[in-house]
Write a new protein. Structure first.
Length: 168
């Protein structure tokens, strides 16, 4: 679904929307939290918070989470997860996370947080941007690359994007 609640009909592998689900196996709401239940449902459809695109064959490909992985850049809605996967495909990248940060022209610019395989010889920002643009649409390339020794993670090993250092 688009942000305005309309169904996304494009099967282009690019147009990002939120996955909504319904069915008899879905929970009916949050216990003693009617406000949370009302916010989570839209006409019987549960808003998962997962962002996805639909491919030409109708399959759905998840590209990230709405709360942390949706970047609005240059008029596009971009899922951070697919950029992270593209970065991880680069032989010089051990770990990667992608976030957005404010940009006066684009709305948000794509920032790649990279742990290089070789800290002495990390891949260049241009090399990583070209690599991503070669695998995905060019507008999905990172505009900024920041190198780290390790990504911040919680006890379960999930990357804590909100714990990444601030720019500057």
């Amino acid at each position: 679904m688009d942000e305005d609640g309309s169904a996304i009909g494009e099967l282009d592998g690019e147009t990002v929307g939120e996955v909504q689900v319904r069915g008899p196996n879905l929970f009916s709401g949050y216990l003693n939290r009617p406000e949370a239940t009302a916010a989570a449902f839209d006409g019987g459809w549960f808003r998962t918070g997962d962002m996805a695109v639909r491919e030409a064959d109708g399959t759905v490909r998840l590209v990230g989470r709405k709360a942390t992985d949706l970047i609005k850049s240059g008029g596009y809605k971009i899922g951070a997860g697919e950029i992270e996967n593209a970065l991880l495909d680069h032989p010089g990248v051990r770990e990667a996370a992608v976030t957005g940060e404010p940009d006066p022209d684009l709305g948000e610019r794509i920032v790649a947080w990279v742990v290089p395989r070789d800290g002495e010889k990390p891949p260049s920002e241009a090399d990583l941007a070209d690599h991503v643009a070669g695998l995905l649409a060019p507008h999905k390339r990172p505009r900024v690359v920041r190198y780290l020794d390790a990504l911040p993670r919680n006890d379960m090993g999930k990357v804590l994007k909100k714990a990444l250092p601030t720019a500057g």
